[in-house]
Design a protein around this ligand. Sequence first.
Ligand SMILES: [Zn+2]
Length: 80
Amino acid sequence: MLTSNTTGRKAFDPAVRGYHAVYREDAVNHCPGCGRTHWLIGRMLAECGFCGTALPLSDGYFRGAGSVHRGRPAIVSRAA
Ligand SMILES: [Zn+2]
C-alpha cells in the first residue's frame, strides 16, 4: 500500500512555482495579453474586455454565498 511517505515526491512549495498572474481588486491591473485595463469581474475570474484573457481573482475564494467579504465596510445611512 502506498502512502505519502513512500511516494518519494516533495511537498508542494508555492514559493518556487514562479510567476503567477492574478487580478488584484485594489490595484490597476494591466492585461498580460494586451496591456489594457478594462475587466469583466466574476466570482472567481476577471476577464479582459478586449482580448478575453482570464485571470483568477487574488481573493476570489472570499466571494459568493455564505462567504465573508474583506472589502470596505458598507456605508449605511440611518435616517430616522
Ligand atoms: Zn487583454
